[in-house]
Design a protein around this ligand. Structure first.
Ligand SMILES: [Zn+2]
Length: 401
């Protein structure tokens, strides 16, 4: 190919991806609207749309409102024209799902994960993917993995995941050669952020978003201008391992007093058990050995003083950390998700109060704090959507299955 032809080809592919992206971002959209949004000519848009229809990725779905002239034909993505697999390895079980292009879950598989070593954990990943790839969903175009720990997404390597006993594991490479599909690997909080951003309620109008996941661990995913911001080392948003309490408890990372040791579900549970002997007026404190997250939740509903104290204490630390994020990034929408969300308004309003107290008033006034809407599915959906957002040409590859 001559250089001029190669450049022409590149521009064409770029335009095609731009048109596809625009259709992906809308429930339905007309050719004229795509031209306006992408600043491509009407003729180029029509050409691209014709080829997308031919690929089976896009279809005409009816007529939009007329603005004086002929009513425009609306276009939409064909949701079931391609499938992806998303994996969430950050729960107490591994969960995988086959997902279509609209983020609808078609099939799931899960395996409970006990205290396994790294080899066993990888074996579980294979078992889930073996199941999901054999169910006959095609064309299958890729696998996205959300895993706990520090991840080098570019190389597809899990640098360090303490809970899974993985160090420098070339997960993407292993899965690519086993399943013959493109694979991307992301930190689970980052995957969750993409899931909420792309498929969650009310966030579509934002181009910047912070999503904080609070479970056993705590981590944030940061979206800037509609793209995931990972930082230079891939760890952007790892707020859980910043020390917030002097002389605090030992964290699983080796430091003392990290945010995780005071604001995670694990921390809340431990704190309730530790404080129980001080509370004679608490039902929850009567059987410290039976305290679970569910029990704390129920006790909160019943206004139990111990339960309310541990939940709002954890929330305060989190709120202060969010104030730091706000002052660095000034992103005005923050979504909270993960197991701590079960504490609802009591927790959310305590987080909000602490955040407001700790941040510059004028900045925090315009910051909205909300609960996520997708729960554990956010990670699965985000892991699979990430591949797509990074590389729409994935959809045009020869299907393997
Ligand atoms: Zn730590």
């Amino acid at each position: 190919m001559t250089p001029a032809k190669a450049t022409h080809q590149k521009t064409k592919l770029h335009n095609r991806d731009l048109v596809l992206k625009t259709i992906f971002e809308h429930q339905s959209v007309s050719r004229a609207e795509i031209a306006r949004l992408t600043q491509l000519t009407r003729a180029t848009v029509s050409d691209m749309v014709a080829s997308l229809i031919e690929e089976g990725l896009v279809e005409e779905v009816g007529y939009g409102e007329s603005l004086g002239g002929k009513a425009p034909i609306l276009l939409s993505l064909v949701a079931d024209s391609r499938y992806l697999i998303g994996l969430n390895l950050a729960q107490d079980k591994f969960i995988g799902a086959v997902v279509n292009l609209r983020g609808e879950i078609k099939e799931t598989a899960e395996i409970p994960v006990d205290n396994s070593d790294g080899v066993q954990a990888l074996e579980y990943v294979y078992q889930i993917l073996d199941q999901l790839t054999q169910k006959g969903w095609h064309p299958m175009v890729g696998i996205g993995v959300g895993t706990p720990g520090l991840v080098n997404t570019q190389e597809g390597v899990v640098v360090n995941a303490v809970n899974l006993d993985w160090q420098d594991l070339p997960l993407a490479h292993l899965l690519e050669s086993r399943y013959n599909l493109p694979v991307s690997v992301l930190n689970d909080s980052q995957a969750t952020a993409i899931g909420e951003f792309v498929y969650g309620a009310n966030h579509t109008s934002e181009s910047n978003l912070i999503v904080v996941t609070i479970k056993h661990g705590i981590g944030a995913g940061i979206l800037i201008n509609g793209g995931l911001f990972q930082g230079d080392g891939g760890g952007a948003g790892e707020i859980g391992h910043v020390v917030v309490q002097e002389n605090g408890s030992l964290c699983r990372c080796g430091k003392y007093g990290c945010l995780e040791t005071v604001a995670s579900t694990r921390a809340i549970l431990q704190r309730a058990i530790n404080l129980a002997p001080e509370y004679t007026n608490s039902e929850l404190a009567k059987n410290p050995q039976n305290i679970t997250l569910g029990a704390i939740e129920a006790a909160c509903q019943a206004d139990d003083p111990l339960a309310r104290r541990v939940v709002s204490e954890g929330a305060r630390y989190l709120g202060t950390s969010l104030a730091n994020l706000i002052s660095v990034l000034n992103i005005q929408k923050i979504v909270l998700t993960g197991d701590m969300a079960c504490f609802g308004d009591l927790w959310l309003s305590s987080v909000h109060d602490a955040m407001t107290q700790a941040a510059l008033t004028r900045m925090v006034q315009n910051t909205q704090l909300e609960m996520g809407t997708l729960e554990f599915k956010a990670c699965i959906l985000g892991a699979s959507a990430f591949m797509l957002l990074e590389n729409y040409s994935l959809l045009f590859m020869q299907p393997t299955y």
